[in-house]
Design a protein around this ligand. Structure first.
Ligand SMILES: C=C(O[C@@H]1C=C(C(=O)O)C=C[C@H]1O)C(=O)O
Length: 171
């Protein structure tokens, strides 16, 4: 986020927000992997694996698991907002359909797993800043506005970012 960094307005959630945006952008690849297959957008078994890992890793890192699990529920919901939005876009307009289908298990989920670890590190690094209150909320919204600007996100991905950042101030 060079512009935002230069202006000094990025705040304490720049990296956390950057990682959340990366996870949302991976939603495009998840959608491309699933579109035109029998693989459903909602995969409760995989979601449980993700959330169980989050809980176990949180304990290992000395953090309370519940707030982190709630944060990742929002990340998962944000990914599904993107997937549903892209599916309906591609159903309406076949010319926008992806030309390649990535392999979900081999190519996409390993990248999501790496982001999980990075996000947990950032949740830990921002524990103090995320204590609930108006200061945190203002910074959260600042980070959201900055990310939307820097990444030039469309309406669908902006909506997903809003969903993903909602539980930030709940350390
Ligand atoms: C991203 C996927 O789609 C959904 C969202 C998930 C997530 O964000 O981790 C997990 C399972 C699915 O319900 C996926 O299937 O991997």
């Amino acid at each position: 986020a060079p512009a935002a960094e230069h202006a000094g307005v990025a705040g304490p959630f720049r990296q956390l927000t950057e990682l959340a945006v990366q996870r949302i952008q991976l939603g495009d690849l998840v959608a491309a992997a699933k579109f035109g297959t029998t693989q459903p957008i909602d995969d409760p078994v995989r979601e449980k694996q993700v959330l169980d890992t989050v809980a176990a890793e949180s304990v290992r890192l000395g953090m309370a698991p519940e707030p982190n699990v709630r944060f990742f529920r929002a990340q998962i919901e944000a990914s599904k907002v993107v997937q549903r939005g892209l599916f309906s876009r591609w159903e309406r307009d076949p010319s926008q359909r992806p030309s390649r289908r990535p392999d979900l298990a081999r190519q996409v989920r390993p990248r999501l797993d790496r982001l999980t670890a990075q996000l947990l590190g950032e949740l830990r690094a921002t524990l103090e800043a995320r204590r609930p209150g108006v200061v945190c909320e203002v910074r959260r919204i600042q980070a959201e506005v900055t990310a939307v600007f820097v990444h030039r996100l469309d309406k669908l991905h902006r909506d997903a970012v809003t969903v993903s950042l909602r539980p930030v101030c709940a350390a």
